[in-house]
Design a protein around this ligand. Structure first.
Ligand SMILES: *[C@@H]1O[C@H](CO)[C@@H](O)[C@H](O)[C@H]1NC(C)=O
Ligand SMILES: *[C@@H]1O[C@H](CO)[C@@H](O)[C@H](O)[C@H]1NC(C)=O
Ligand SMILES: *[C@@H]1O[C@H](CO)[C@@H](O)[C@H](O)[C@H]1NC(C)=O
Ligand SMILES: *[C@@H]1O[C@H](CO)[C@@H](O)[C@H](O)[C@H]1NC(C)=O
Length: 417
């Protein structure tokens, strides 16, 4: 019988899949059997309060959880954390342009914390945010899930968008914020985008094949679990087959639901999502279909999204209070007063761009909606021109006017053609 190359390939794949499966169940068994006493009793007691929820929700990997929690908790904050950035201002900065503008100087408040992390949590904050629906607050969310997630975000890297090593030698932080608008098709802005210090991307950010138009670098990927998963499904055929990954890449979660906190926590701990809509990651299994899905442990872990080195330092979480302030100050749509007003939510792209405007010194926006949007496809990566889709829960015309006004005020640069 002739054995073809492809038969060999499948045989090899089968053998390696079976072996890794055995290894996995073996290592799981080992870990389950590890006595917690191996970690000193003190550290265990110290963490008992923090861990209780996690220990209850999973009988696996206790040691790993504790080890990871210890390693993130023992982090010594950098002394310079509390001093202002040691650098000269830009000639034309966002803050400077805001100060000079009669309308926008009353809208921007640069004192509101952009990111939420362990040290900002308190009973008081819980009571305050428990009054508002997500993503503006925590109403209806689980206290335990939120506390156990925030406990893991406990280093200064979780408190600042730009970490110390990132902003070294930079006298002025220039950011490119890249939306997915059809205006970028054929734009040849790739090099210009890549020349910025930091590059933000969002949702279905296809890069392969569009490098000349959208660049190659990504510093921050901004998403909610809902928009990330929808993008992986809707734009898969158009080339969005995985979330951008990389050693220096950071993820910015928009906490619009319990599932965002659950996914974030699981990603840091290196575990499958223990409960809720993403338990077992049905969407991914659907994508895989067939017998491969049986080995789903390989795919159901959040590392499949965020890469193998998904430690706490890779993740940032937008503060619900910051999202609320953005809505009140910049994104207060008239839709709120309609029958379906409760469904209204700013777009992920809008939250991304406004986040950059509150953290970078200079901001250029690419692929955001312009007044001639009808001349372009919905996204730059469609194969045939497709009209822009206006979602009922978003107010894209209002956002487009905001971008134009910010551009005209000299606060940011909006790419138009
Ligand atoms: C900033 O201002 C200084 C002094 O006015 C000037 O020499 C320099 O070229 C300016 N830099 C940029 C990027 O505009
Ligand atoms: C800006 O935000 C800070 C922190 O939340 C708050 O104390 C201050 O009153 C705000 N300033 C204005 C002008 O609203
Ligand atoms: C832009 O769209 C309008 C309306 O569809 C059309 O009349 C116009 O020719 C288009 N312009 C360009 C440059 O494609
Ligand atoms: C992208 O641009 C090319 C060249 O300008 C054009 O032929 C094509 O139709 C555009 N694609 C979409 C989806 O608009």
């Amino acid at each position: 019988m002739q054995v073809t190359n492809s038969t060999w390939f499948w045989l090899l794949l089968l053998v390696s899949a079976v072996t890794s499966g055995l290894l996995y169940s073996y290592s799981t068994k080992m870990l389950t059997n590890i006595n917690l006493g191996e970690i000193s009793d003190n550290s265990c007691n110290e963490f008992e309060v923090k861990c209780s929820y996690l220990l209850r929700s999973t009988c696996l990997n206790k040691k790993i959880i504790l080890k990871r929690m210890i390693s993130v908790t023992n982090y010594t904050p950098n002394l310079e954390e509390h001093s202002p950035w040691n650098r000269k201002p830009c000639n034309l900065s966002v803050a400077h342009a805001v100060q000079k503008h009669d309308h926008f100087k009353n809208k921007f408040n640069f004192s509101i914390p952009v990111l939420l992390w362990d040290r900002l949590f308190s009973r008081e904050l819980w009571n305050q945010l428990d009054q508002r629906d997500p993503p503006y607050g925590w109403q209806g969310l689980s206290y335990e899930v939120i506390v156990s997630t925030l406990n893991l975000l406990n280093t200064p890297t979780n408190a600042h968008l730009f970490e110390h090593t990132m902003k070294q030698h930079k006298s002025c932080i220039r950011c490119a914020v890249v939306g997915n608008g059809g205006i970028l098709n054929g734009s040849r802005q790739g090099q210009e985008i890549d020349s910025h210090d930091f590059i933000f991307r969002v949702n279905g950010a296809v890069i392969k094949g569009y490098e000349k138009d959208v660049g190659t670098k990504t510093s921050f990927y901004v998403f909610s679990v809902n928009t990330m998963k929808n993008s992986l499904i809707s734009y898969r055929k158009l080339g969005f087959t995985s979330v951008p990954q990389g050693k220096d890449l950071r993820y910015i979660f928009i906490p619009s639901n319990n599932r965002d906190y659950l996914m974030l926590r699981s990603a840091i701990l290196g575990m499958p999502v223990p409960e809720g809509r993403d338990k077992g990651d049905q969407n991914d299994q659907e994508l895989l279909k067939g017998w491969l899905a049986r080995f789903s442990f390989v795919w159901t872990r959040p590392q499949a999204y965020f890469g193998p080195e998904a430690a706490a330092s890779k993740f940032k979480l937008l503060h619900p209070d910051f999202i609320n302030y953005l809505k009140e100050s910049f994104l207060k749509s008239k839709l709120i007063h309609t029958k379906r007003g409760h469904l209204y939510i700013p777009t992920t792209g809008a939250l991304m761009l406004l986040t950059a405007l509150h953290t970078c010194d200079q901001v250029s926006a690419y692929g955001f909606m312009t007044s001639n949007y009808f001349n372009f496809s919905d996204h730059y990566y469609e194969h045939k021109k497709k009209p822009v889709v206006f979602y009922m829960n978003h107010d894209m015309p209002m956002e487009a006017i905001l971008w134009r006004n910010l551009h005209n005020a000299g606060i940011m640069h909006l790419y138009q053609r």
